[in-house]
Design a protein. Structure first.
Length: 101
């Protein structure tokens, strides 16, 4: 029973956080930005002539690995940035409303 109580104590706040619409929107914006970054990396390799139709598989896999790593990092960072911005704006609006009262 005590173990279950500890689990519920952790479970409820996590569920409440995951239900936030702003959080979903932030991760969506981050994912879109990550996809744009990945397509830009692949396009740059293609434009530089490193990636062509005759490129060997090891170079192709290297480009894909680099693009995936950059996409994931960019997506996460942008999502966290959107979350932080939403948090700051919400707090500022709350403080302004409090001062107006």
């Amino acid at each position: 029973e005590p173990c279950c109580a500890r689990f519920c104590c952790l479970y409820r706040p996590i569920v409440q956080i995951l239900r936030q619409e702003n959080l979903h929107r932030s991760f969506c914006f981050g994912a879109i930005d990550g996809l744009l970054t990945g397509s830009g990396i692949v396009s740059a390799f293609w434009g530089l002539g490193i990636l062509t139709t005759r490129t060997t598989w090891d170079i192709r896999l290297s480009v894909v690995a680099l693009a995936v790593a950059a996409c994931a990092a960019d997506s996460l960072c942008m999502a966290l940035g959107h979350i932080w911005t939403t948090y700051v704006l919400t707090n500022n609006h709350a403080e302004e409303r409090l001062q107006e009262r």
